[in-house]
Design a protein around this ligand. Structure first.
Ligand SMILES: NC(=O)c1ccc[n+]([C@@H]2O[C@H](COP(=O)([O-])OP(=O)(O)OC[C@H]3O[C@@H](n4cnc5c(N)ncnc54)[C@H](OP(=O)(O)O)[C@@H]3O)[C@@H](O)[C@H]2O)c1
Length: 251
């Protein structure tokens, strides 16, 4: 299959029934749309993000629609301490028998400028949020993902994580690392588990991050997060069983 198959994919309405799926950066942009869409297709979603008020807003949208009650997990992924990930692991293992999906979506842009002008502080934050947190979240979630009969991990990539572009600094480097981590984990798990691991590049999507990166652009020229959800449904649902270690574009 390839990315163009996503556009024609029509998921059944119970695609994610009885699934438990954790989404990072679930409070806004693409992560919010993923959480609401997965809930609509039957999943219980675990909403992880930095700003509790945004997560509560997503919670309200999901419960007001009559979908499975979500769980809110406020967590600042820029904090470079393993302890909070160990606490998360404990919380998850005490409350859930398994995890059926993990969408590593949270991300920050950092400074867009020549590499020599990027501050070390900005570099560190981007690498921590976009890369180190993915590693630590995998460590926190893997045992529960192994307990699922058919789990899917989706890493969030970017075009600049596949072909670098001047001035995209730590963001581009972190997305190259994301692709590398995806390939490495997929290779490790392919013959030892039922977990599939892939990366998805949303491509230009009308979100706060895109608008910050391209302030002069007409935001309306890019699709909304809701318009790219068939890729996220395909990769989380049964149809992608057996597909692992691949890099996809959402459209
Ligand atoms: N939009 C695009 O055109 C595009 C293109 C390629 C790739 N992507 C990727 O798609 C993903 C989602 O981006 P988006 O466009 O939806 O951006 P967004 O609207 O800015 O959303 C980013 C999300 O990440 C969360 N986040 C940021 N820092 C965090 C931290 N320290 N701890 C916990 N959560 C944190 C944010 O939470 P708060 O709101 O609470 O800060 C927010 O929910 C990112 O990985 C991005 O790199 C986007």
């Amino acid at each position: 299959m390839n990315s163009s198959d996503f556009a024609t994919y029509i998921p059944p309405s119970d695609l994610l029934q009885n699934k438990t799926i954790l989404i990072t950066g679930a409070g806004s942009g693409i992560g919010r749309a993923v959480a609401c869409t997965y809930a609509k297709y039957g999943a219980q979603v675990l909403l992880l993000g930095r700003t509790a008020a945004k997560l509560e807003d997503v919670y309200d949208e999901i419960t007001d629609s009559g979908f499975e009650t979500p769980i809110i997990l406020p967590m600042d992924l820029s904090i470079p301490e393993e302890n909070q990930y160990l606490t998360l692991r404990k919380t998850l293992e005490e409350n859930f028998k398994c995890l059926d999906g993990l969408v590593l979506n949270a991300g920050v842009l950092g400074q867009l400028s020549p590499l020599e002008n990027v501050s070390f502080d900005s570099w560190n934050t981007v690498i921590q949020v976009n890369m180190h947190s993915g590693f630590l979240l995998i460590k926190a979630c893997l045992s529960l993902l192994r307990h699922s009969p058919n789990a899917s991990i989706i890493f969030t990539s970017s075009s600049v994580g596949r072909k670098a572009r001047a001035y995209w600094g730590a963001y581009a480097v972190s997305k190259f690392a994301t692709e590398g981590m995806m390939q490495l984990l997929a290779d490790e798990l392919e013959n030892t588990s039922k977990i599939r691991v892939n990366s998805l590049n949303p491509k230009a999507t009308n979100t706060p991050m895109r608008r910050a990166a391209y302030p002069g652009e007409d935001p309306g020229k890019n699709p909304s997060p809701e318009e790219i959800m068939s890729a996220y449904l395909y990769l989380m649902g049964e149809k992608s069983t057996g597909i692992t270690g691949k890099s996809f574009d959402a459209r």
